[in-house]
Ligand binder design. Structure first.
Ligand code: GDP
Ligand code: MG
Length: 440
């Protein structure tokens, strides 16, 4: 891998003004920067020292705590410096300017972690976990990111790759030492058994119902029902703000309005939709089309109806919640105990809905153990690997020759290697690291 000769710096803490600004420096010029910009000529490795940071002309910008971590025992594997200053806008700006004029440039998003990856400190799935740890808004996201950081995905993907390498070894042996009569039989059966076992594992992994991806990206919940049932009022209650327009004119909501919430430790996207009815209004008809699309894509649907009317819909799926609204307008005795009865307008029963949603998400995720697939990138890579495996099995069964089977196995292994970044990293690095924040 190319050796980098430049030195990067960035603000690693939140935007100033804040209590403290942490500035990070990594690269070969780190020791020069310490000598030329700090009030000490050198720093004891991995010790906090109180120092002044100076500008190029020698003026003191601020004093703060500096920690020097020489490579390779640092996050990036390079010489690094972290300095904590007072978190003022001017201090932070002048500090970065001073460090840049001493030989560093501003880091790109995720560049520190990218260097860590390039130094072999972490594989790509762990690097992604770093971004997920920072972005986590719910407990479920955080716990998943921690498992991924701990190597859950890397171990799994690398384990599958090791299996493929063993299969390749068997195949290569049969190519290198062909024994006219019995070699194919001798090798085919164990290879086929291993390929089939791996196919089952990958197929099972891909049939996870996208749950771990949903934990990371948020579960989709759609509020559906006839016009005027109170869908927008319910969304506003759940969001605790006026996210959607509420009027007594049927057909007010036309586009899908989404709000992001954390419920019971899960990140969820709740969408309010246009009321479902036949309409000749072109805009409303498009709204209804979008509502049905949201219904199809959702992990959970909330069907809202006016308690004074009967509810019926042939679109309800198992596990959906049926909510009877406007309970303030009906005799409490007449409400069935089976349905969730609320008054969105008065705000009664909202806690019941939240509890029902949380229970449903809990049951969707109850069998989730270690994460297997947390991003579309993983799913696509595993799908491609599986398709090469299937071709390998076909080729083996049709007796086409070990060379062809080997090539399919090699392609499958390559896909798994791309997921961890052990193969062909350049093609995926840009996409993975560009979503990071600067300073990480
Ligand atoms: N009495 C009563 N009126 C409600 C309730 N929820 C909503 N409404 C009213 O019903 C009308 C339609 O509400 P809205 O949320 O826009 O319904 P949507 O078309 O399903 O989005 C508005 O006038 C609301 O104030 C409720 O629980 N009780
Ligand atoms: Mg509405």
């Amino acid at each position: 891998m190319a050796i980098r000769r430049d030195t990067i710096c960035a603000l690693a803490s939140g935007l100033p003004p804040s209590a403290i600004s942490v500035i990070r420096v990594s690269g070969p010029a780190t020791t020069e920067i310490i000598e030329s910009r700090l009030s000490v000529s050198s720093l004891k490795p991995r010790h906090a020292s109180l120092v002044d940071l100076r500008s190029g002309s020698g003026a003191v910008i601020d004093s703060g705590l500096a920690i020097y971590m020489p490579g390779p025992a640092s996050y990036t594997g390079e010489d690094t410096l972290e300095i904590s200053l007072h978190g003022g806008r001017m201090i932070t700006e002048l500090a970065l300017k001073s460090i840049m004029s001493a030989g560093a440039r501003l880091a790109e998003p995720g560049e520190f972690t990218r260097r860590a990856f390039e130094a072999g400190k972490l594989d790509l799935t762990r690097a992604e976990a770093v971004a997920d740890l920072i972005d986590a808004e719910s407990e479920a996201q955080l716990s998943q990111a921690l498992k991924q950081m701990d190597g859950a995905l890397e171990d799994l993907y690398s384990g599958w790759r090791t299996d493929l390498t063993e299969i390749l070894a068997l195949l290569e042996a049969s190519i290198d030492f062909p024994d006219e009569d019995d070699a194919p039989d001798r090798v085919d059966a164990p290879v086929l058994a291993k390929l089939n076992a791996l196919r089952t594992e990958l197929t099972d992994a891909l049939a996870d119902g996208n749950i771990t991806e949903r934990i990371r990206e948020g579960f989709k919940i759609a509020i559906l029902g006839k016009p005027n049932a109170g869908k927008s009022t319910l969304l506003n209650q759940l969001a605790k703000r006026d996210a959607a327009i509420v009027t007594d004119i049927p057909g007010t909501t036309r586009d899908v309005v989404e709000v992001r919430l954390v419920l019971g430790g899960f990140l969820v996207w709740i969408s309010d939709t246009a009321g479902l009815r036949e309409t000749s209004d072109l805009v409303e008809a498009e709204g209804v089309r979008r509502a049905l699309k949201a219904a199809d894509e959702a992990d959970l649907r909330l069907w809202i109806h006016d308690a004074r009317e009967m509810f019926e819909s042939d679109r309800v799926q198992p596990g959906d919640l049926v909510v009877s609204n406007k309970s303030d307008l009906v005799d409490p005795e007449s409400v069935s105990r089976e349905t969730l009865s609320i008054s969105a307008k008065a705000g009664t029963g909202i806690d019941l809905i939240e509890a029902a949603i949380i229970e449903r998400l809990g049951s969707l995720t109850q069998n989730v153990g270690a994460p297997i697939i947390t991003r579309a990138r993983h799913r696509q890579g595993l799908e491609r690997a599986l398709s090469h495996l299937e071709t390998a099995i076909d080729h083996l069964e049709s007796g086409i020759g070990a060379e062809f089977v080997s090539e399919d196995v090699r392609l499958a292994s390559r896909e798994l290697g791309t997921l961890t970044g052990h193969v062909d990293p350049e093609s995926v690095l840009g996409a993975v690291f560009s979503s990071f924040c600067i300073g990480k």
